[in-house]
Design a protein around this ligand. Structure first.
Ligand SMILES: [Zn+2]
Ligand SMILES: [Zn+2]
Length: 266
């Protein structure tokens, strides 16, 4: 079983899972390592401090957890960082000061709204809403360096009025290609997030065509995560996703240790 490198625990407001239950599940599934990546979304009036990590508590706790499981499974320590441009200095400084293995950069807040809520889609056509998300995403990737892998690209389609029914890579190619190009040029990884299957999209985020395009353009840093907020979703559809990734031309998964990439054959 491949390492799951996108796992939440009750350090995230939207998860009830005790950290040890998440690690136990990984052990049971036969993983040799995993990465816990709880939310840190700073600079949102909407969320307030709901998705802020207290790193002075979180990091020592995770180091103790890692020690507890030593010799059985390797617990890597990560964070899922909410990317926003108005907090650029804060983010770049923060990542210099925290000792973690892996940082996922995600776009959770757009114009201080969360696409998870219908408010984001009000007054916009679905296409405009998706285009705007990709536009904002590109600007953030171009202007921020504080992450290792970009999380769940295109996950906005989970929440659109018609989800992914009218959505395809081809329909948004002009928006998506520059994002992939920016990631490749900056040496950042792209995450393959299997929660898309859990949300009944029938695809990972990003979808297969985008994964394939990233590979065609020369992208080879791919990280794999379930985005599990509960133990039953850890490693979700990883076997199916392995075939998707090899069909797209990937030969290795990337896992980060002390923010340096290591490679696991697919
Ligand atoms: Zn996320
Ligand atoms: Zn997540």
């Amino acid at each position: 079983m491949f390492p799951d490198t996108h796992i939440h625990t009750n350090f995230s407001k939207d998860s009830q899972a005790a950290p040890y239950t998440q690690v136990d599940r990984c052990l049971l599934l036969g993983m040799k390592e995993l990465c816990i990546t709880d939310h840190h979304d700073y600079g949102s009036d909407l969320a307030g401090d709901a998705f802020l990590l207290d790193f002075d508590t979180y990091l020592p706790y995770m180091r103790r957890l890692r020690q507890t499981y030593e010799g059985r499974i390797q617990v890597n320590i990560g964070v899922e960082l909410g990317l926003q441009l108005h907090i650029r200095d804060y983010l770049e400084k923060l990542v210099q000061n925290i000792e973690v293995d892996f940082i996922i950069g995600s776009c959770h807040f757009i114009d201080n709204m969360d696409p998870y809520f219908p408010e984001y889609f009000e007054g916009k056509s679905e296409r405009e809403a998706y285009e705007h998300y990709f536009d904002v995403t590109l600007k953030r990737i171009l202007n921020l360096n504080c992450f290792d892998s970009f999380g769940h690209l295109d996950y906005i389609v989970r929440y659109g009025p018609h989800t992914n029914i009218n959505y395809s890579y081809a329909a948004y190619q002009d928006y998506i290609d520059p994002i992939l190009k920016a990631l490749i040029e900056k040496g950042k990884a792209l995450e393959c997030n299997t929660a898309g299957f859990k949300y009944n999209l029938g695809h990972p985020n990003p979808s297969e065509d985008i994964l394939k395009r990233y590979r065609e353009m020369g992208g080879d840093l791919i990280t794999l995560g379930s985005d599990a907020h509960a133990p039953e979703y850890i490693g979700y559809d990883f076997e199916k996703t392995r075939n998707i990734l090899t069909d797209c031309g990937f030969r290795y998964l990337t896992v980060y240790h002390q923010r340096k990439p290591d490679f696991i054959p697919l």
